[in-house]
Every structure is written in structure tokens, then in C-alpha cells.
Design a protein around this ligand. Structure first.
Ligand SMILES: [Zn+2]
Length: 303
């Protein structure tokens, strides 16, 4: 058995899938270049392609295939691109929390992290009528305080960590309280495949759409064979480009035709894990967070 502690998925599905689009738009350029990001016209056009061109395209595909998935959106982007967010909500997909403007919680004080988290919650509640259920840290920058903040605010899951192939529980070192973690990993992130952005200091050899997408296909087939989880971490400005989304959508059609794959918004995957756990039918792997309560490498760092 490749997965030590296998979980059962609803209706006998072979695996669970959620395509998670992080609609960062041009938040990235303003955070990376606070002084002159607003003047970088071409970079802004590349990133703005996400909410203006790609999201309507992605939502149309989801409607055609009757899919509801999850979009993680910084609150500043929700306010800046309301039409994209309206299209997401109107299609029945989930709107989840992804910071204020893609700032880094690890660099913030506790007060700052809590403040911007709360402002983001308020924006999501205002536009969707509901508090967010899930959070993904910008650039996976989950701080040693994030878990306690999420639990205190009633979140039901996090999607920032990489510690297993299937959902697990993360337990607060401070309070002993737990949250569902729906993990992914860098192999399912589209930046290494497609992003070549000199303004963002991220330069990769751009792969052909089918070549870049091959990593997703292989990841999916392993999840399907072994009862795992397939959570692409993708970005409208990168994977929503015409040629790349064309390849992606063709793959979705083929996979859905199998009839034994469970696509759901992350909040439904989290609810499934919580229900199985509460009924005693399943005991997820539990990880204490933060993993360490003091520096480990000081003897070498001199700090
Ligand atoms: Zn992001």
C-alpha cells in the first residue's frame, strides 16, 4: 500500500480533486516593488490577464463541465476586480482567503497578521455573504501563529502545507485545537512550469503547454491509482492562458468521463474529512504546529 493511512472518498470515488486557482492578479508586483510597482505597465498587463481574461474563461469551462472548485483571492484583488469575483461566486465555486495583498505573514508582527487576516475576512463576508472557510498563505508563507489565528476565527481548513498525500489534521502547540489541512506541493504549482517574469525575479524556461501539463497528468494518475488527492495550485495569469487552459480543459473532460473521480470545492473535502473523523470511521495523521518551539540550527548560524 503506497498510502499508509488511506481514506475513503464519497460514493466510492478513486480519488479527490480540487483545482485551486490563486487569483493573485497584480498584487504581486505591488508587494514586490512597493515604490514603483504601479509604473510597471507590462508586468501589470501580464498579471491582470488573470482576472480579466482567464477567470471568465475558466468559469465558463467549469459551468460546461458542471464543476464547482475553489478560488483563493487576496482581498485587495476582490475589491479591485469585482467582476471576476462575481463570476466565480455566480458559478457556485468557493471564494477562499488568500491574504490582503499577498503580503508575507512570516515577516509580520502578531498584530499585523491578525489585522490583515480580519480585514480579508470582512471583505469576503461582504461580497459573498459568508465568512471564508479556508485559507492559503501567500507563497506558502504560513507563520508559526497562523494556525491559532485561523482556529480562533472559525476557519474549517488550511491549504498551505505539504506534509502528506491526503488530508490530515494540524494541531496547535499552544491550544491543542485542530484544523483540517488539505495539502499540495510545489510539483502541482504552475510557477515552475510556466512563469517567466523578470519583474518578479522569477525566471523559468517556459515549457510547452502539454509538456508543462504533463506533471499534472502524472500526479493525477498516481492519486487515482492509490486513493490520493489531486490539488493543483494554479494561477489564472499562468494556467489560464489560451493554450494552457485548452490543454487543461481537454484533460478535465477525459477525467470526468471516467465517472469515479470526486471533484469538489475544498470546503466540501474538509467537511468530508471532519465527518469521517468525528464519526470515528477514520483517524487522520496529526501534526503538531509549529513543528519546533525554538531555533534548531543556532549552533551553526552563530545567531
Ligand atoms: Zn498567491
Amino acid at each position: 500500500m503506497m498510502i499508509q493511512n488511506p481514506i475513503t472518498w464519497p460514493n466510492g470515488a478513486r480519488c479527490a480533486c480540487c483545482i485551486t486557482f490563486d487569483m493573485d492578479a497584480d498584487s504581486l508586483i505591488h508587494v514586490e516593488h512597493p515604490r514603483d510597482g504601479h509604473r510597471r505597465v507590462s508586468a501589470i498587463s501580464m498579471l491582470r490577464y488573470g482576472p480579466t481574461v482567464a477567470v471568465p474563461r475558466i468559469v465558463e469551462t467549469y459551468k460546461r463541465l458542471q464543476l464547482r472548485q475553489t478560488f483563493f483571492v487576496p482581498a485587495w484583488c476582490i475589491e479591485t476586480y469585482p467582476a471576476a469575483v462575481e463570476a466565480i461566486l455566480e458559478s457556485g465555486s468557493e471564494l477562499a482567503h488568500h491574504s490582503w495583498i499577498h503580503e508575507n505573514p512570516i515577516e509580520q508582527t502578531a498584530e499585523e497578521e491578525a489585522h490583515w487576516l480580519d480585514r480579508g475576512i470582512a471583505v469576503i463576508e461582504r461580497v459573498s455573504g459568508r465568512k471564508p472557510r479556508g485559507w492559503r498563505a501567500p507563497l506558502y508563507n504560513f507563520s508559526d501563529r497562523s494556525l491559532d489565528f485561523l482556529i480562533a476565527r472559525g476557519f474549517t481548513y488550511d491549504a498551505s502545507l505539504m506534509g502528506d498525500d491526503i488530508p490530515y489534521l494540524i494541531e496547535s502547540r499552544a491550544t491543542g485545537k485542530r484544523l483540517v489541512e488539505i495539502p499540495s506541493h510545489w510539483g502541482l504549482d504552475d510557477w515552475p512550469q510556466y512563469v517567466h517574469a523578470i519583474d518578479l525575479d522569477y525566471v523559468m524556461p517556459v515549457r510547452a503547454p502539454s509538456q508543462g501539463f504533463a506533471v499534472y497528468v502524472q500526479e493525477f494518475e498516481s492519486a487515482y491509482r492509490h486513493g490520493g488527492l489531486w490539488v493543483p495550485v494554479v494561477h489564472p495569469f499562468a494556467s489560464g492562458r489560451l493554450s494552457r487552459w485548452d490543454v487543461f480543459a481537454q484533460f478535465l473532460e477525459k477525467v470526468l468521463a471516467r465517472g469515479d473521480v470526486w471533484f469538489a470545492p475544498m470546503e466540501e473535502i474538509a467537511a468530508h474529512v471532519t465527518a469521517l473523523t468525528n464519526s470515528g470511521a477514520y483517524s487522520p495523521h496529526i501534526e503538531l504546529i509549529p513543528q519546533y518551539d525554538r531555533p534548531v540550527g543556532r549552533v551553526f548560524g552563530g545567531g
